[in-house]
Design a protein around this ligand. Structure first.
Ligand SMILES: NC(=O)c1ccc[n+]([C@@H]2O[C@H](COP(=O)([O-])OP(=O)(O)OC[C@H]3O[C@@H](n4cnc5c(N)ncnc54)[C@H](O)[C@@H]3O)[C@@H](O)[C@H]2O)c1
Length: 324
């Protein structure tokens, strides 16, 4: 028996694969490499190159590898770009999830862990987001993740699926030097890219109503996050009933300026960030409690902010060495 990781060649998916291996559970990866990297998949892990939109291929993969359950991370994750590319976003994230569910029903696979997002909340005006906080997505990306959750819930009602959706907040860090976030839009890669190219990193707005005036976000380490996917999978195998949704937040926020300070300390590069104007639509603060996930999914912050920055920087430098 194995677990299928869709998007397993991506940043988070490759960490989930590593966690499954560590737990002695056999992963299989399907990924179309639209944003992932083939070298992120260990050589001894079966790798099917293709899209979750290809229902026949997914069915074949589920059968051939005797898949017991699926951890579904494949998707298009750029909220900003999704505003310009709604149809692409819906195809990858909504139709992709629907086709995957269809294949699972046909083959009789009945366990699913879904990768959802804090973007389902939009910009809640609250100090601490909980699972009870009303959803109000503000981009096609956030909407597509919420529809994914609904699809899964409805299929579970109709056909009896064991499932949970994990809403990630700001996922950063690296579990090993071989795996890193190559997103062109996330804060850590952007700051590292600027430093590597000799440019000064920029803070977008320092007049927010936060302690130091810069936006506060909830940063979580990718390896801690990956571990909770495996706990969720295990608990489903044991027959536990999980909540339909968990927030994987730390309960604590860090400001963009605190991140810049940590980057300066970790890299040893002395810089004073440029200050730009606010970016439209950036909320002052989003921080979530991870209490429910702590109760059910072994969710805990094993890594400090410095660990997150240091591991991300180290993996980034290792990647630069390989490519040069
Ligand atoms: N990184 C974050 O902070 C964050 C936050 C919230 C939610 N998420 C969600 O987590 C998941 C993984 O994100 P990530 O940061 O690892 O991004 P990523 O882009 O590194 O990984 C996505 C992976 O899915 C693959 N993929 C995309 N469309 C596919 C398709 N149709 N069929 C097969 N493979 C496909 C890509 O090639 C890539 O390997 C995504 O669904 C994303 O929306 C990420």
């Amino acid at each position: 028996m194995s677990w299928l990781v869709t998007g397993g060649a991506g940043y988070i998916g490759s960490h989930v694969v590593a966690s499954l291996i560590e737990a002695g559970m056999a992963p299989v990866v399907i990924d179309d490499l639209s944003s992932g990297h083939a070298q992120f998949v260990p050589a001894d892990v079966p790798f099917v190159r293709g899209s979750v939109l290809d229902t026949a291929l997914v069915e074949q993969t589920l059968r051939e590898h005797e898949v017991e359950g699926v951890i579904h991370l494949a998707g298009f994750k750029y909220a900003g770009v999704s505003v310009q590319r709604p149809l692409h976003t819906y195809a990858q994230n909504v139709t992709g999830t629907a086709n995957l569910l269809d294949a699972m029903l046909t083959v009789g696979v009945d366990k699913l862990v879904f990768s959802s997002s804090a973007a389902t909340f939009g910009t809640p005006d609250l100090d601490l987001v909980t699972e009870e906080t009303p959803t109000d997505p503000e981009s096609p990306y956030g909407e597509s993740k919420l529809i994914g959750e609904w699809l899964i819930r409805d299929v579970a009602t109709a056909h009896g699926l064991r499932h949970t959706s994990l809403r990630y907040f700001n996922v950063v860090g690296s579990g090993s030097d071989a795996l890193y976030d190559s997103s062109p839009h996330n804060l850590f890669p952007l700051v590292f890219e600027a430093l590597t190219e000799g440019r000064t990193p920029r803070i977008n707005g320092e007049d927010y109503p936060t302690p130091d005036g810069t936006c506060v976000r909830d940063y979580v380490h990718v390896a801690d996050l990956a571990h909770s996917h495996v706990v969720a999978a295990r608990r489903m195998i044991e027959g536990a009933t999980l909540e339909p949704v968990y927030n994987l937040g730390s309960g604590e926020g860090s400001s963009v300026r605190q991140i810049m300070d940590a980057v300066r300390e970790v890299t040893g590069i002395d810089f004073a960030p440029d200050i730009g104007p606010r970016r439209p639509g950036d909320p002052a603060r989003i921080v979530a409690t991870g209490e429910l996930a702590r109760r059910d999914l072994g969710w805990e912050m094993r890594n400090s902010l410095t660990d997150m920055v240091a591991s991300a920087w180290s993996a980034r430098q290792a990647a630069e060495r390989v490519s040069s």
